[in-house]
Design a protein around this ligand. Structure first.
Ligand code: HEC
Length: 151
């Protein structure tokens, strides 16, 4: 199987950064989106472990990628109302000055998670789902690089 180096590196950085900060202090929509991102991170971890050390289970893969897809697109965007930054937040102001780009990344996340889910539902092997997972992981990295403060 192959996820590709980039996919693995992305995963590692996403999880380390996510685990570093607890959500205490954040409220309302900011807390909600942190929880949503954490759940996405948990699902990615399930998939990453499955890809790396197995057992490979397309039903579990479809379920995990389906949850990520449901958190992307409009579901994610509605948790980023203009100017919603708090002390604990890692969101950058650029989200709202460059909204079309942010919107596009949220859409790519949804589409790539959906693509992975579709493959899993067809019972595809790792040679197909591995690269699809790499593409999905790439959307996390792209959006975080532009729109998330490294704290
Ligand atoms: C459309 C942009 C975008 C995409 C796509 C995206 N994220 Fe995020 N993510 C953010 C932003 C912005 C924050 C900071 C939110 C805040 O602190 O207010 C964040 C925060 C996080 C956090 C930290 C949550 C916390 O505890 O504070 C984790 C973990 C995370 N993202 C994981 C992921 C993973 C895994 C993916 C891909 C499967 C992903 N994200 C895709 C924009 C994105």
């Amino acid at each position: 199987m192959r996820i590709g180096r980039t996919g693995l590196v992305v995963l590692t950085s996403v999880f380390v950064a996510g685990a570093a900060l607890a959500h205490e202090g954040a409220t309302g929509v900011v807390k909600e989106r942190m929880d949503l991102m954490s759940d996405i991170g948990d699902q990615m971890k399930i998939i990453g472990t499955m890809m790396k050390s197995g057992p490979y289970d397309t039903a579990a893969l479809a379920a995990a990628s389906g949850k990520i897809a449901a958190h992307g697109g409009p579901a994610m965007l509605k948790l980023f109302p203009e100017g919603s930054i708090q002390e604990k937040s890692e969101a950058k102001q650029e989200i709202w000055t460059d909204w079309p780009k942010f919107q596009a990344y949220a859409g790519e996340l949804e589409a790539s998670a959906q693509a992975l889910q579709d493959l899993a539902e067809e019972g595809a092997g790792k040679e197909l789902t591995g690269p699809a997972f790499g593409t999905l992981a790439g959307t996390c990295k792209s959006c975080h690089e532009s729109f998330r403060v490294k704290k």
